[in-house]
Design a binder for this molecule. Structure first.
Ligand code: 5GP
Ligand code: ZN
Length: 117
């Protein structure tokens, strides 16, 4: 697996920084957000370091193909399949991306409004 020096989420995937694991397979890791903004707030990350949705390339086709199904599986594991949930990929500066390792936020456990930007 390719990781990047100094990347918090690479360190979490490698177990160098502790996290509350929700799901793991060969390619993905899911864990609770340290500062939840909803009763359920889980992050899904590829184990391979990819900076953001904007820098995903054809070399990352496996990630692109499987990430959505992984999110679906994790959301079901969290009991959100029926209730509903929101998936957010903050991408780049104006979207407020603070960790530059691709991640999807799964948010649930509350009634949400939309538009919410
Ligand atoms: P972004 O703003 O980049 O979309 O989201 C980064 C998320 O990572 C934030 O919601 C933040 O709370 C979470 N986060 C940052 N550092 C850590 C950490 O060390 N552990 C965990 N579990 N979450 C983190
Ligand atoms: Zn990383």
């Amino acid at each position: 697996m390719y990781s990047m020096e100094g990347c918090i989420f690479c360190d979490i995937v490698a177990g160098k920084i502790p996290s509350t694991k929700v799901y793991e397979d060969t390619y993905f890791y899911a864990f609770k957000d340290i500062e939840p903004v909803a009763p359920i707030h889980v992050l899904v990350v590829p184990k391979k370091h990819v900076a953001s949705l904007a820098t995903l390339t054809e070399n990352d086709e496996d990630i692109a193909r499987n990430m959505l199904f992984t999110i679906q599986k994790v959301a079901a594991t969290l009991g959100l399949a029926e209730d509903g949930y929101r998936v957010v990929y903050n991408t780049g500066k104006k979207a407020g991306q603070t960790v530059h390792h691709l991640h999807a936020h799964i948010l649930g456990g509350k009634e949400m409004s939309w538009p919410g930007v």
